[in-house]
Design a protein around this ligand. Structure first.
Ligand code: NAD
Length: 489
């Protein structure tokens, strides 16, 4: 049985960048799913805003196309959903069109207002200033900021300052869609809803932790963006550090938004610094070359980019320490990259071995217990245990997982992270969104790594597309006597 979806209060969701890739591929389809599920009331409106000149019918056609097969499968609901749509062509940097847009939004003063900035971050400041000038920033108004929030601490602070002049911090929702993933929320429930794990959750019993977010895709369509950012800024500064926070934070006193975010912030502030003095030892950055990915020959990064000089990293592995009483001495290994052999995101918590084996030589060694939280694909939880090999023979040890795939256990596909997060904005619940101080603390820790790489003048290490990254990433963890969790373990 799955939890019941309660309808949310009527809202106006304005999507700036409503014709863009994120809106069309992700936001509009997930809104439709929530609509079909009865969570969006008919008094709500979804208002696309973009530079593209389209009339309302044209936008509805674009939305219908974006819904793909779902539009045909739920034809009646699709018509009702399209009736919620409106579209305002607007160049947000120009004056034209704002008066008409403001009057339109003001037609439903009682609707909750959500301004979703699904545009390049270079427009966030302009849009917020305009919303302020149009006095659309009051009452129930909320603003959602997509990643990336800056390229460094200075850039992030500039955006935060400018947005903060128009919206109060309680109105600002900085999205990190990893936090909306079912397994990530389940991590909170596993840790704090079971008596089993928390007593073991520290340096006394945990040997090390691995966090992997691997993609098989290469550069794709967002080449310009990616080449300016690279894997550390695009993935580690936000998604991987947020996952690390969820694994390591102290139990919050409640699930109130600031109670959770205060604990995450403490983790970010406790990360041991990586800078020019230790970056060569604790970090590995790589860039893919041509290779075989998912059975196909694929070109290298520089060929895809058509720029033979870029030193942007498409892979990064890090060894991190959380410098506090609970985690002292526990290494955290993080890695992420493009053109890796599998699309997989997982957290592996490896427990220390038993102190003394009572089993006879030849019966095998007890396993180091492992808790594997899989975010994708096939979201679920696996707990590796040592058991007796069944049968009348001698006592031999065997390693097996208690394996729970959420799809198999609950018989439903897990909701997309955005389904949950967009409705959390409407409900006014910022627990799963990043607060300003969190984002800035993450940049404060990341910036010195970027500086160290830049000052070293070393190119990223090459790795073949379809491999698990440069061999130095294997050495990073094997030096400590561990191996990366690979395959379906
Ligand atoms: P995109 O380039 O596909 O779309 C940009 C949208 O902004 C378009 O609708 C365009 O018309 C509009 N726009 C551009 N300039 C404008 C202007 N002056 N006035 C009004 N509208 C203007 O970008 P995207 O891939 O949809 O990404 C949007 C945001 O989401 C970015 O911040 C991106 O980093 C972030 N993001 C995207 C993805 C993704 O998968 N696409 C994933 C995570 C985060």
């Amino acid at each position: 049985m799955t939890s019941v979806s309660l309808p949310v209060d009527p809202f106006d969701l304005v999507i700036f960048g409503g014709t863009g890739d994120l809106a069309v591929r992700k936001l509009l389809p997930v809104l439709f799913k929530r609509f079909v599920d009865g969570q969006i009331r008919p008094a709500s409106r979804i208002i696309g805003v973009a530079r593209v000149v389209l009339d309302e019918d044209g936008y509805r056609r674009l939305v219908r196309d974006a819904l793909g097969e779902m539009a045909a499968a739920f034809a009646q609901q699709c018509e009702a959903f399209l009736a919620l749509m409106a579209y305002h062509p607007l160049d947000v940097r120009k004056d034209d069109g704002w008066d008409r847009f403001t009057s339109f939004v003001n037609e439903r003063p009682n609707n909750i207002r959500v301004f979703y900035l699904s545009t390049s971050p270079g427009l966030f400041i302009d849009i917020c200033q305009r919303l302020g000038e149009c006095r659309l920033n009051h009452g129930t108004a909320r603003v959602v900021l997509e990643k990336p929030l800056g390229r460094d601490l200075t850039g992030a602070s500039e955006i935060n300052d400018a947005v903060g002049r128009v919206f109060a911090e309680s109105q600002i929702y900085r999205i990190d869609h990893y936090l909306g993933k079912e397994t990530v929320q389940n991590l909170l429930v596993l840790r704090f809803g079971n008596a089993l794990f928390e007593p073991l959750w520290s340096t006394a019993h945990i040997d090390h932790v691995q966090i992997t977010v691997a993609e098989t895709l290469g550069l794709g369509r967002r080449a310009d963006y990616y080449d300016r950012y690279g894997a550390l800024r695009d993935m580690v500064q936000n998604h991987l550090l947020q996952l690390l926070c969820m694994v390591t934070m102290e139990p919050p006193s409640s699930l109130l938004p600031d109670a959770v975010r205060d604990e995450k912030l403490k983790v970010l502030r406790a990360l041991s610094p990586i800078d020019a003095s230790n970056a060569a030892r604790l970090t590995v950055r790589g860039q893919y070359r041509a290779g075989i990915s998912e059975g196909q020959s694929v070109p290298g990064y520089l060929d895809e980019l058509k720029d033979g000089r870029s030193s942007t990293e498409t892979f990064v592995a890090l060894k991190i320490e959380v410098g506090n009483w609970r985690w002292a001495g526990v290494p955290f290994y993080l890695r992420t990259g493009k053109r890796l052999p599998e699309k997989v995101s997982e957290i592996v918590v490896a427990f220390k071995p038993v102190r003394h084996s009572v089993f006879a030589r030849g019966s095998g060694m007890p396993l180091q217990n492992k808790l594997v939280l899989r975010l994708q694909p096939d979201e679920g939880v696996k707990l590796w245990l040592t058991i007796k090999d069944p049968g009348p023979g001698g006592l031999r040890l065997r390693h097996v997982p208690l394996d729970m795939s959420f799809v198999e256990a609950f018989g439903v596909q897990q909701p997309d992270a955005y389904e949950r997060l967009i409705l959390d904005v409407v409900r006014g619940n910022p627990t799963l969104f990043m607060r300003r101080d969190e984002v800035e603390a993450a940049w404060r820790w990341t910036d010195p790594i970027l500086d160290a790489w830049e000052s070293s003048n070393e190119a990223p290490r090459p790795y073949a597309a379809g491999s698990w990254g440069p061999s130095a990433a294997v050495a990073l963890i094997e030096r400590d006597g561990h191996t990366w969790n690979e395959g379906n373990d």
